[in-house]
Design a binder for this molecule. Structure first.
Ligand code: PEP
Ligand code: MG
Length: 766
């Protein structure tokens, strides 16, 4: 096919880096010169058209209601100016705005988005290259060039257009072309109370005054005269940025925060990334100021990645934005706004997105809660926020609905925020906080009491952990051990695969901090939506939950799994070790994983290491197929742990990550409870300990049902320990067993209501 394209001539022969620099220099003169915004825009459009040899150059500017208006053109009918309007998503221009990414076409009318507008006289033009005009992460317009015949646009041309679009973005931002009020929020009248409903990213409840985090700086000068001095400025800013990140690292280390420290270290590596820095330097050499170069690279990265849905990459993009903003602050010689002594004592931070370092810039004693427009629970900023016990809510339109210093309640438990809350909401908040405090006191009071039911049945409460910062909870909660250590979480906050030494160090630190309480290490459960950037992904899986994940990756990349097992064995030298494999679907997979472990044990012994004092090997029960292989499986394992999150999704064929299906089926359905009962019975007969570590184990009513079924070991996240222990200490298991005996065969959608009635009638505190 290259022959077909090869026949198409270049759009502007001879338009190279030097031509691009010339054009930018002339643009600088236009921007610095006199004239209204419209006059300067007209000059810019004419200049581009002529310098790039285009038949058409047009600029569309975003107006209220997401409408793109033709503001200036060379080559189209002048009558169309201020008359032709396209909605975002309409036509190729609307497509560029909708996706915030450039398009270069040698045959525009054949593009599926092509929309013919007769008033522009556009039909004779075949080729088109257009770029979004971006500012502050929002699309402010579109810049387009066209040629009559079929032409091939080069990278230099598209990049030049992107750079010019940044200049035009400044013109738009100056407010002369469109009144800024017009494109600002048309949301609720400012002073009315509002409830923002969104997603919970970190649980908890907090109230404070809104501080709007606006890292975006206005870049006044885009084009530089002396590239060398701009490069020097960049180098100086990078050096100060590094030392500022080092200060944060030291502060995190002093505060004993291991995870933020790890994350910041990754972050510094990011800041030292040669690819990123060399792209900025290249943009400076092309003629931009250091600030403009930083922003150009950022816009470019954003545009390239905007269509990617991989959550890991999107999160890294947010990290990069954080770094970009930091670098711009340092270039401007400005201190971060977080330093301001004028900030309120109780801060609710509101931001489009936030990096972990930016969060740590704020005084942690004053930071109460965070509201983000963009973010996900596994983003670095949320990991840090959870470690600091700060609730985080994601609400898509937060920045347009919240004004600086508005009182705001952040309800991280329910994923909502109340802005300028009315008195009744404030009272409800105060009550909820008081209730929480009372409950905390109650949980504290029972912490040292035995975990036994009212009729004397001991129940082992274990923790689910994944970060070093979780470990202090082990002592504080009185849990017996760690029933699930999700080893993938530390892997996910790094940008490179940790070597055996780094892993050994991490696992040793975990074991050192757990005071000889047992820890069950689950081997890497990545894949699906938890892809690590340094493991080649199997592209575009249609059903990631059914795809290449967990043990499947471990068995396909045995060296990866062996390295992890080696590190676990070394870290446990002379002390007990429990290893659990995730997503095992058949006994043969367990055997294969076990073989790798045995190989590592032999290797360890061959090297003269002391082996673990006791080794226990088990598997998660997440894939239903394993339930039909129990007779073969049970003699091979030392323990089992039910991953009810995955088991529920596979049993009901109901994606746990899809809001339309995740709540559709209840794990307290007769089907789920009866299969779990059979599993517990089989384990009892075989003398194999079985635990459960899915989310249901941490919900008091569900945990009650699990105990009724026969589970005697539950593993849950730290905040669930108090409520579950309170529940079980008020429970009579014998009565519950009898009650549940008649329920398993019922045809109900869920037994939740029946179990709730039992709890109420029998004084079980749920
Ligand atoms: C589960 O599937 O229930 C489980 C505990 O594993 P994860 O939530 O990490 O997939
Ligand atoms: Mg699972």
């Amino acid at each position: 096919m290259s022959g077909v394209l090869g026949d198409i001539p270049a759009a502007s022969p001879g338009f190279d880096g030097a031509a691009s620099r010339r054009l930018l220099a002339r643009l600088r003169d236009v921007m610095a010169g006199s004239g209204s915004g419209q006059e300067r825009l007209d000059k810019i459009v004419t200049l581009i058209g002529m310098e790039m040899g285009a038949d058409v150059c047009s600029c569309y500017v975003m107006r209220a209601g997401e409408v793109l208006e033709l503001f200036s053109t060379l080559g189209l009918n002048q009558d169309a100016v201020h008359n032709t309007r396209l909605r975002v998503g309409e036509g190729i221009v609307g497509d560029i705005a909708g996706h915030a990414r450039p398009i270069a076409l040698d045959n525009a009318p054949s593009h599926p988005s092509f929309a013919y507008r007769p008033e522009t006289g556009e039909d004779p033009f075949l080729s088109l290259a257009g770029v979004p005009i971006l500012r502050g992460g929002k699309v402010r317009g579109v810049l387009v060039i066209q040629h009559k015949d079929r032409r091939r646009y080069t990278e230099v041309e598209v990049e030049t257009l992107q750079t010019i679009a940044m200049v035009v973005a400044e013109l738009v931002a100056q407010g002369e072309l469109v009144n800024p009020q017009e494109v600002a929020s048309t949301g609720d009248p400012a002073l009315l109370p509002a409830r923002l409903s969104g997603t919970s990213l970190a649980s908890g409840l907090a109230m404070g005054l809104a501080v709007i985090h606006r890292p975006q700086l206005t870049i006044r000068q885009m084009v530089a005269e002396d590239a060398e001095s701009e490069l020097e400025r960049l180098n100086a800013a990078i050096a100060t940025m590094h030392s500022a990140i080092d200060d944060l690292l030291n502060a995190a280390a002093l505060a004993g925060l291991s995870e933020p420290k790890d994350i910041l270290e990754t972050y510094r590596m990011f800041a030292e990334d040669r690819g990123w820095l060399s792209r900025i330097r290249e943009a400076i050499r092309v003629g931009l100021t250091a600030e403009a170069a930083v922003q150009q690279v950022q816009n470019d990265t954003r545009a390239r990645m905007s269509h990617l849905t991989d959550p890991y990459i999107r999160e890294r993009l947010l990290d990069l934005e954080d770094l970009t903003n930091r670098l711009l602050q340092h270039l401007a010689g400005r201190k971060s706004e977080a330093d301001g002594s004028t900030l309120p004592d109780e801060i609710v931070l509101v931001a489009r997105s936030l990096g972990p370092a930016e969060l740590l810039d704020y005084d942690q004693r004053r930071l109460r809660g965070v509201i983000l427009e963009e973010g996900s629970p596994s983003s670095h900023v949320c990991i840090v926020a959870r470690a600091l016990n700060i609730p985080v809510v994601q609400a898509p339109d937060a920045l347009t609905r919240i004004e600086p210093l508005d009182p705001v309640i952040v309800d991280g438990d329910h994923g909502q925020a109340f802005v300028r809350p009315a008195e009744d909401i404030q009272m409800a908040f105060a009550e909820a906080v008081a209730l929480r405090a009372r409950k905390e006191q109650m949980y504290e009071a029972i912490r040292a009491l035995p975990s036994v039911t009212r009729d004397g049945v001991p129940i082992s409460i274990q923790l689910n952990c994944g970060l070093l910062i979780d470990l202090p909870h082990l002592k504080a909660s009185g849990a017996e051990g760690i029933g699930l250590y999700r080893t993938e979480i530390p892997f996910m906050v790094r940008s490179t695969y940790p070597d055996v030494r780094a892993q050994t160090d991490l696992y040793s630190r975990i074991l050192d901090q757990t005071d000889d309480k047992p820890v069950v290490f689950r081997t890497l459960d990545v894949g699906g939506d938890k892809m690590l950037p340094y493991i080649a992904a199997s592209e575009g899986e249609e059903n990631p939950a059914l795809g290449w994940r967990a043990i499947r990756i471990g068995l396909d990349h045995p060296s990866l799994l062996r390295q992890q097992l080696r590190a676990l064995l070394r870290a446990s030298s002379g002390r007990p070790l429990s290893v659990m494999f995730p997503m095992i679907a058949e006994v043969a997979e367990f055997d294969a994983a076990r073989r790798l472990l045995d190989l590592e044990i032999a290797r360890l012994e061959g090297q003269g290491f002391e082996p673990p004092s006791r080794l226990r090997v088990g598997t998660m029960i997440e894939v239903p197929a394993l339930l039909w292989q129990l007779p073969a499986l049970l003699p091979r394992v030392d323990f089992l742990s039910v991953g009810s999150n995955d088991l529920t999704q596979y049993i009901f064929a109901s994606d746990r990550g899809n809001p339309r299906t995740s709540g559709r089926y209840d794990p307290l359905a007769p089907a789920m409870l009866s299969l779990l009962r059979r599993l517990v019975e089989a384990c009892g007969d075989a003398g194999v300990p079985v635990s459960i570590c899915g989310e249901m184990a941490g919900r008091p009513l569900d945990a009650m049902a699990l105990i009724g079924i026969g589970f005697r070991s539950l593993s849950m996240s730290p905040p669930s320990v108090g409520p579950v222990k309170t529940m079980l200490r008020s429970l009579d298991v014998a009565a519950l067993r009898q009650y549940m005996g008649g329920l398993y065969q019922r045809g109900d959608h869920s037994l939740r209501d029946k179990l709730r009635t039992f709890a109420k009638d029998h004084g079980v505190i749920i």
